[in-house]
Design a protein around this ligand. Sequence first.
Ligand SMILES: Nc1ncnc2c1ncn2[C@@H]1O[C@H](COP(=O)(O)OP(=O)(O)OP(=O)(O)O)[C@@H](O)[C@H]1O
Ligand SMILES: [Mg+2]
Length: 206
Amino acid sequence: MISGDTGCGKTTQVPKYILEHGQANNQEANIICTQPRRIAASNIAKRVAVELGERVGHKVGYQVGMESRASPDTKIMFMTTGIFLMRLVNNPDSLAKYTHIIMDEVHERDLDTDFSLVVLKHLLGSKEEGTLNFKLILMSATFNTELFANYFSRSSIAKIEDTEVYEGVEEQYRKEEAERELKLQKEWGRAEPGAWDKLANEKEHA
Ligand SMILES: Nc1ncnc2c1ncn2[C@@H]1O[C@H](COP(=O)(O)OP(=O)(O)OP(=O)(O)O)[C@@H](O)[C@H]1O
Ligand SMILES: [Mg+2]
């Protein structure tokens, strides 16, 4: 279970960390990340693909409703919780290749999420019978971790501390800003405030 303030990077970073860890250690990583809403599932997939320097549909894919963007190379698959529950119930074998199942926004307690958790608990409890062999990760900014921990008896809770995250981000942002300003000043000399962005923009589209 991972809880951390909104915006700290649970949805966009955790699947990437798992993938990178797998690649670094020569371990298979095939990740599903569920989202209660369609728009979130497709938008986040696009964002994570961009962060990996790709377009969506290659290493990062999504499935929402009848729309699917994925390939045999897809390692991080975002999907709505509704689609996930349908696959879990109707075709659990199609989930056999996944090593990690991340259920995001579990605090929402919608029917799809709650039913998925019931089925997943059952599957985790009877691993020897089934073909599914995965790690289950629950994420949310605001959820009663104790409640979920008690439901899944084997569990660990990770809390992302906000202060560390934000301090790091701000420091990095200021450093990058300063470097950018310096580079632009060297290229174009002094200019009025805001002119740097304008010039950079013009240069990019020239
Ligand atoms: N498409 C995007 N373009 C630019 N920045 C983005 C995009 N999507 C997310 N971010 C930024 O990346 C950071 C991490 O976002 P992320 O969605 O992973 O946070 P989160 O911990 O899942 O938050 P929440 O609890 O609200 O779901 C945030 O600062 C967010 O503003
Ligand atoms: Mg999120």
